[in-house]
Design a protein around this ligand. Structure first.
Ligand SMILES: Nc1nc2c(ncn2[C@@H]2O[C@H](COP(=O)(O)OP(=O)(O)OP(=O)(O)O)[C@@H](O)[C@H]2O)c(=O)[nH]1
Ligand SMILES: [Mg+2]
Length: 246
């Protein structure tokens, strides 16, 4: 039904939310899922023990740990590399804190695969679902201001560059200079900037979101500044240069 796909789940201190995230992946998807990697480096809770115990229910589950936590971007890079080590056409980043809906995966997989997109991002603003989902107002406003600027810089018409619900084609990941991208939360926006510089096909779909009582590890001021930096680097040609080198 779907071309083979792989999922990775950045899961820092996500022992409480991880089981429910996995439960919510529609059962019919597991046949075409080649592997699902939980990435949890130096978590302070028992995320890895929970992941290990979940293997009995989800045989395709594997986990990757580590002694040092270099940040969200590092765990994404680790997840993408793990996913590339097995044969699959599409790679999914699904957060372990339950903010993004696994229930949307079937339609997102259909969208990226049927349209041969390189990156598909789940947008929390396209259908105005962010507020209903409990996203704090300051994040909505900050995200929209940055998105307005990013649309001008990247020459695209997206509504939410700051969602971590990202699907990649294998082709995109084999082309993108992943090893040169950020260890911080701006990894995702750098991946989009680099994909844009390479002329890859990028689009979005509207998704619901859910902000519960999970802890956020993202510093909004630092994140905003880093997004501005990525725009500056795009304008001054960093990602076009990386594209030529790759
Ligand atoms: N492995 C790993 N996962 C991380 C790290 N930082 C965050 N995560 C995970 O990545 C996901 C996103 O982190 P959040 O802190 O919620 O950041 P966000 O969702 O981009 O931002 P918010 O809107 O503030 O929630 C969560 O599932 C975290 O468990 C990290 O350093 N290592
Ligand atoms: Mg989050």
């Amino acid at each position: 039904m779907y071309r083979p796909f792989t999922v990775f789940i950045p899961a820092y201190n996500a022992a409480k939310t991880l089981p429910h995230v996995l439960e919510r992946i529609p059962a019919e998807l597991w046949d075409d899922c080649v592997a699902c990697f939980v990435i949890s480096k130096a978590s302070h809770d028992n995320t890895l023990e929970v992941a290990e115990s979940l293997k009995a229910t989800y045989p395709k589950l594997q986990w990757v740990g580590g002694d040092t936590n270099l940040g969200y971007g590092d765990s994404v890079r680790t997840g993408l590399t793990a996913c590339l080590s097995v044969p699959s056409d599409t790679i999914v980043c699904l957060h372990g804190d339950g903010q993004y809906p696994p229930e949307e995966l079937p339609s997102m997989l259909r969208e990226i695969q049927s349209r041969d997109l390189d990156i598909l991002q789940g947008s929390r603003h396209k259908l105005n679902t962010a507020r209903v989902g409990g996203m704090p107002i300051y994040k909505i406003i900050g995200g929209k201001v940055l998105t307005w600027l990013e649309n001008r810089v990247f020459g695209m018409q997206m509504t939410d560059y700051h969602s971590g619900y990202m699907l990649y084609s294998r082709h995109a990941l084999e082309t993108l200079p992943i090893d040169h991208l950020s260890y911080y939360f701006d990894f995702d926006i750098e991946a989009i900037a680099a994909a844009r510089a390479m002329g890859l096909k990028i689009d979005e779909v509207g998704i619901p979101t859910h902000y519960g009582d999970e802890e956020s590890y993202l510093n909004p001021w630092l994140y905003g500044l880093r997004c501005l930096r990525v725009m500056g680097l795009f304008i001054t040609g960093k990602y076009h240069r990386l594209a030529r080198q790759n």
